[in-house]
Design a protein around this ligand. Sequence first.
Ligand SMILES: [Zn+2]
Length: 156
Amino acid sequence: MDIVFVEHDDNDKFRDVRLRNKFSSVINSLESRLLAVYTELNESVLSAARISIMDATSVIDCTCCTRNKNNKNLFFIKMVFSSSNDAVEMLIHKLCHVMQYLSGQLDAGSSESELTWKGEKFILSDIEPHRMPWERDAILNALTLHKYYMASSSST
Ligand SMILES: [Zn+2]
């Protein structure tokens, strides 16, 4: 996976090299584990992915993860930093959405207002965020991956 930090003008946490390095190391240390969790994936699919990460704390936007329409290897993740959330946990959650797209579980619908999950179409306005099956899947898998990350980072 190729990780790009998008820099912008205001309130940009990613000017901090330590934070960028931390995020890169989280993603790198989870690569093999992601393949174990998302078994439909393989190494070549994973290595072709390019993820742009932006600090969107100052932007009111709850989008978890978006995929570029023209180049399906390009993903965009917006991070919101606050004292009440764990940035690493949030990063791993969003990484799960990237994996859902790459593995074909999650796919764009025929319009912006819908998504397809495992072949089933969902109208986004009809369903509360916490009931969306891809959110439940990401929350569960992120929990497993976060535990793995914490265990592996404390043993080194
Ligand atoms: Zn999510």
